[in-house]
Design a protein. Sequence first.
Length: 456
Amino acid sequence: MRYLRLLALPMAIGLALTSSACATAGTGAPLARLEAARAANPSSVAALRALGIAYYKNKRYADARTVLDAARKLDPKDGVSALYAGLACEALEDYTGAKDAYNSYLQVGKTRSVRDDIRARLVALSRAELHAAAKSAIANEARIAQQTGDPRTVAVLPMTFSGTDQTLAPLSRGMSDLLISDLARSPDLQLLERDRIQAMVDEIALSQSGRTDAATSLRAGKLVRASRVVQGAITQTGARNLTVNAAVVSVATSQQQGRDVQSSDVLDQIFTIEKNIALGLFNELGVRLSAADRAAIEQRPTRSLQAFLAYSNGLVAEDEGRFGDAARFYEQARSIDPGFGAALQKAQSARSAQQGQQVTAAKVESGLKNTAEGATVSAAERGVAATNTGIGATLANAVGDINPSNANTVNTSTGGTSGQTQTQAPPTTRDPAAEKTGTDQPATKTGQVTIVIRKP
């Protein structure tokens, strides 16, 4: 009973202190009150934040982003403004802006469950960001075509596959992935990310009703601002033989640079084939390798063909946005070869992306329930610009994050000030114990002492 009384004490203090800082919402529509409050005090973070939330709730996403960005500029440590700026940007398909705002929330936001959701969402947003960038590049193709890429920048395009055994087709993605890793060993070259190139190729194919040809690769290289592209093909010759061809093409002239690079061998020697192609490409790119670079290139991420096939299937699934399937393929590769480090990294990333796909805006907002940050949002919906400052809000947020309850919702939702008389909330800080432990709610140290008194 004494423990329960002690637990109730901070809740009671939070209720008393928060209640003393609140005021009535006033009259008139909530949005109109908040617009009037912003007009009366345009430098008030509380007024800007509440108005931005109200705009978001009314699906006025562009207005919400503008107002919330202004609030963030005034107070970079305001987590709620950052969170709703991210939600507004995502609704506008401004994925770069969304990632920036979400990363800010991870730094200053106070609600642990929301931070967890945002971390997962950021992984899933990366693919959306790449495709949005590809669409933008295609829309501005005329302007981009006039720009010259960095002479060191190289794009390895997805290879084509031809053969009777279509289970080997994913090797085209895996081979490109290996070549990017090996070519990146040289400091004389700047390799573009495989995901970025694949997104561009996919968007070009969509714009051409699925049609792709040799010109598609060159066009993709120009749009990603590469100076040279590596094009290649894998051909199955017989049941267990492969031939790989690759060439370097200048984006500016559309002409092949040097000679074709070719290597053939049995399927089980696919890693030897890839190393031969990589070394040949270095020659055509005019790169002289040091002994250390050559030794690094000779390293193989796996020696198992089956593990590499599973990994390549994972790349295909990931490119198609099937992150759950991708994770299973990567995990299969890892189970076949426990030393396949790239497969482990890819599996973890794909799992996070799969979780991120399930994190909707509604789920993010629901995570604020029963917290001080949630009370700020609730106040904005009522037309109140809540400041949520002082020890009352701090205690209420701590209690709500550890032990959410309906009672705590009442405690935290009453804080705020009138829409007509706003003050800017000072930057939020964590208490010394939280700073020391690196957590928002460090556990209270408790213990039990037993004293034994023996009879004389």
